[in-house]
Design a protein around this ligand. Structure first.
Ligand SMILES: *[C@@H]1O[C@H](CO)[C@@H](O)[C@H](O)[C@H]1NC(C)=O
Ligand SMILES: *[C@@H]1O[C@H](CO)[C@@H](O)[C@H](O)[C@H]1NC(C)=O
Ligand SMILES: *[C@@H]1O[C@H](CO)[C@@H](O)[C@H](O)[C@H]1NC(C)=O
Length: 374
């Protein structure tokens, strides 16, 4: 996945000429030449649009928009009044986009964190309906909500990222992928207040590898089927992820009212350090009067099958290290637990596994002892 050969638009941060990935034929459109003040006070969005527009009409290969090393959002949410609060930096319908450099996207999200999440502007950076695109090397800090969203996009490579927000900042997921196919998140460090990576409805061929996650809520497939919609999620592979101090490790979470399926999911070669719910399926996720909890049994559910947990080693900070909580109406099937060694992070304490309507097989060592039904 590389911009060459496509109508390439590149947004390059903090660039020195030696860093240029395309040394020849890249025509440079610096936002500074389109009126950006880059003083941390002035709204430079018109300059960004102008540089982008000029790049888009360039006839040369690989037109490149160059941006100084930090893109900074206004810190007061009130600046958004009368504007679309769901967006900040958005690329819509671009093929062959490369966003790279060593720059920072700083959302100054703290002003939003005390507000109801309905009022948060959604995202720092979103790719909507993009194809064959790469995001590499960018630092994200303190988004109001999700830092990077991939939506309705295909063939996307996200690598060498560094995403941070405080542990207690609400809904600050690192990367959220939804309605997309063929996405790889690789070699990244994510430490936020919500999921490091979350994978939503209608996704397939999504891989997450070589990620250090924590603090945060782990890598989550879900939550799926929130609005009673039909879910289609398959071929999700999470491997070589290190979880440190997260509230979950490998999690699949589906709403009771959801329909459809989540299948062919694997979590492999995972390490855990004081993780609260290292292996977790919650197929009973629900919401009564705005609060989450036991909503009673429902006949609906997202069918979860062919889920493999392989080579998962480390420590749990809670007693239930493996919790496969599936619904009575739509049980989980084809679960495999293989080479699992999870201990308590407190010496002398035990951990256990709990299964509800979870069926499958074990192979190799499984510790704590598996509770899967055949
Ligand atoms: C994801 O991993 C699978 C299995 O390792 C591989 O076949 C597939 O090509 C990968 N897909 C992406 C988008 O990296
Ligand atoms: C993913 O990252 C690992 C570790 O840095 C590296 O060895 C591998 O080549 C990367 N794969 C891709 C497709 O970028
Ligand atoms: C399973 O989910 C139900 C419904 O949310 C909840 O009441 C129950 O406590 C959960 N069981 C475990 C072991 O987490």
């Amino acid at each position: 996945m590389n911009a060459i050969g496509f109508f390439a638009l590149m947004l390059i941060f903090g660039l020195y000429s030696a860093d240029l990935p395309f040394s020849s034929a890249a025509t440079i459109f610096s936002v500074l030449n389109y009126g950006a003040k880059a003083d941390g006070k002035t709204d430079d969005s018109k300059a960004f649009s102008a540089a982008w527009k000029a790049a888009c009409s360039a006839t040369t290969q690989n037109p490149t928009v160059v941006v100084p090393r930090t893109i900074s959002s206004p810190s007061s949410p009130s600046v958004w009044s009368g504007r679309d609060r769901s967006k900040w930096l958005t690329f819509n319908g671009v093929t062959g986009l490369l966003i790279t450099g060593t720059g920072t996207i700083d959302s100054h999200g703290s002003g939003w964190w005390g507000q109801s999440c309905r009022d948060h502007p959604n995202l720092a950076l979103s790719l909507i309906s993009c194809k064959q695109s790469t995001i590499s090397g960018i630092y994200f800090v303190n988004s109001a909500q999700v830092h990077l969203v991939i939506y309705q996009s295909n063939d996307i490579l996200i690598k060498n990222m560094h995403i941070t927000a405080p542990q207690n900042s609400p809904n600050t997921d690192g990367i959220h992928i939804e309605a997309s196919q063929n996405v790889l998140v690789n070699n990244s460090v994510i430490a936020t207040g919500d999921d490091c990576v979350s994978i939503g409805d209608i996704t397939s061929n999504i891989n997450v590898s070589f990620v250090n996650c924590g603090p945060g809520h782990g890598v989550s497939v879900g939550s799926l089927g929130k609005n009673g919609n039909s879910v289609k999620v398959e071929n999700i592979h999470v491997k070589k992820v290190n979880f440190k101090g997260t509230t979950n490790g490998a999690r699949i979470k589906t709403w009771q009212v959801g329909l459809g399926y989540a299948q062919k999911i694997s979590f492999e070669h995972i390490t855990l350090k004081s993780v609260q719910n290292p292996i977790y399926i919650d197929q009973n996720y629900c919401d009564i009067k705005g609060s989450r909890g036991n909503c009673g049994q429902k006949s609906t559910g997202v069918k979860i099958s062919q889920v493999t947990y392989n080579d998962i080693v480390g420590t749990s900070s809670t007693y239930v290290a493996i919790n496969l909580n599936c619904s009575k109406s739509v049980a989980c099937t084809g679960i495999t637990l293989s080479s699992i060694q999870i201990k308590s992070d407190k010496s002398g304490q035990q951990v256990i596994s709990k299964c509800t309507n979870a069926h499958g097989t074990n192979s190799g060592v499984v510790q704590p002892k598996s509770c899967l039904q055949s």
